[in-house]
Design a protein around this ligand. Structure first.
Ligand code: KIV
Length: 286
């Protein structure tokens, strides 16, 4: 597990360089937080080197990595496995494990066991869970027992079947009022930050001004204290067209496809491997 004063490679790291849930909380009003998801050690290391402060192991990996149609298929075992991989790739960023569908519903002890597993076994520094006022007591229980929690309100992908699809939330006066109450209750319960997903930009701006913890938006306009995107969306590894709130910063899909085609052509033509890429029979060993 990552420690504040040493890295897995043995070099000393100052505690001030490491992102904790408390440091994220204190970031309110001090500059915008650019957050991303990751699902493995290789990508997590790159994001960490890029200075990303918060890396979420989102249950969206059920879709982006495992090929499912929704996030509901992410289980505790799957999330613990990927969270551990991400934590192994990270030196500075806060790793947040997403609590999967139905993992925080079966009573307080089961919820605490599941959340604790992410911190104890997988090396996460916090968990995220979906839900507003109706989850405030669960959040308070986790926080009281030493588990930092990132809240998540607005569009809740784990409720896709009851919502009837991935729809922008908070567009009616009643729905907006409910979101105000959700934000207030979660702040009171002790979240260190609040993901606002799929809500109108004006409402996100209002919620951001109303709470003392950073809001992290996805499809919630520019006024949040931070933003989060799914890495696979950011680098062009999900199908086109992406949702409106996504900006593609790279076309890794084309890069990987072109590399695979060039490799296949070289193998077919006998151009790979070359002599320099092959071993001789001598004793030098290389
Ligand atoms: O699962 C996920 O990736 C998420 C973020 C997009 C907020 O919940």
């Amino acid at each position: 597990m990552r420690a504040a004063d040493s890295s897995p490679k043995g070099s000393v790291m100052k505690a001030a360089e490491v992102w904790t849930a408390e440091r994220i909380r204190r970031q309110k009003g001090r500059g915008r937080l650019a957050c991303l998801t990751a699902t493995d050690a290789a990508f997590a290391r790159l994001l960490d080197e890029a200075g990303i402060p918060l890396i979420l192991v989102g249950d969206s990996l059920a879709m982006t990595v495992l090929g499912h149609a929704t996030t509901l298929q992410a289980t505790m075992d799957v999330m613990a496995h990927h969270t551990a991989a991400v934590a192994r790739g990270v030196r500075r960023a806060l790793v947040v494990a997403d609590m999967p569908f139905l993992s925080f519903h079966g009573g307080r002890e089961r919820t605490l066991d599941n959340a604790g597993r992410f911190l104890r076994e997988s090396g996460a520094g916090a968990v995220k869970l979906e839900g507003g006022a109706f989850r405030a007591r669960t959040v308070a229980h986790l926080v009281r027992n030493g588990v930092p929690v990132l809240g998540h309100i607005g569009l809740l992908p784990q409720q896709v079947h009851t919502l009837g699809g991935y729809r922008v939330q908070g567009r009616t006066a009643a729905a907006a009022a409910q979101l105000r109450e959700d934000a207030r209750r979660l702040e009171e319960a002790g979240v260190f930050g609040l993901v606002l997903e799929g809500i109108p930009a004006e409402l996100a701006a209002e919620l951001t001004a109303a709470v003392a913890v950073p809001t992290i938006g996805i499809g919630a306009g520019p006024s949040c204290d931070g933003q989060i995107l799914v890495l696979h969306d950011l680098v062009g590894m999900t199908p086109d067209p992406p949702p409106r709130f996504v900006r593609r910063y790279a076309d890794a899909g084309t890069l990987v496809r072109d590399a695979a085609r060039a490799y296949a052509a070289d193998v077919a033509a006998g151009r790979f491997p070359s002599d320099a890429e092959s071993y001789g029979g001598g004793s030098s060993g290389d």
